[in-house]
Design a protein around this ligand. Structure first.
Ligand code: HEC
Length: 131
């Protein structure tokens, strides 16, 4: 009986198993499409869409205050999520921005024309009285 040999063999098996595990543990590439509604639900709504949440509801009027797609985009990337600003992958910020603009109807037909130029105005029937 050779205890050292058995230990070495055990370590080798563990190492091979670890390497095999790594090769199958592939993360989605940053460019992969992300569902914006899913990302918003996971990343944002636990503060913004719950009773007594620390963030206010993200209404069309709130979004319209950012004036343009580019300004809203920069705000979200710089300031949200509030406890870890800038921490999301690029594709998630992009998908969340698109989801908010589509779901709140901030730009007519905006989702179809994605990506929108930064200068695109954010409008909302709910947030303005005279359009
Ligand atoms: C940890 C809680 C938290 C999370 C997560 C979070 N927010 Fe916020 N959010 C806040 C707070 C608090 C404010 C107010 C910040 C301030 O006034 O400085 C805010 C402000 C905002 C505003 C501006 C509201 C206004 O009146 O101008 C928007 C838009 C917004 N959040 C969107 C998002 C989006 C999109 C996400 C997901 C990527 C997100 N938030 C994630 C807490 C959160």
């Amino acid at each position: 009986m050779n205890a050292a040999g058995g230990l070495r063999r055990g370590l080798l098996i563990a190492a091979v198993a670890w390497l095999a595990g790594c090769s199958t543990d592939s993360e989605a590439p940053e460019s992969a499409a992300v569902d914006g509604e899913w990302a918003y639900t996971v990343r944002c709504s636990y503060c913004h869409d719950v009773p007594n949440g620390i963030g206010a509801a993200v209404t069309p009027g709130v979004l319209a205050a950012y004036s343009t797609v580019g300004q809203l985009d920069r705000y979200l990337r710089v300031a949200m999520p509030h406890e870890a600003p800038g921490s999301l992958p690029d594709n998630e910020y992009d998908a969340i921005l698109r989801y908010l603009i589509e779901s709140r109807a901030m730009v007519p037909g905006g989702g179809d024309a994605w990506p929108l130029p930064d200068s695109t105005r954010l409008g909302s029937a709910a947030g303005t009285s005279d359009g």
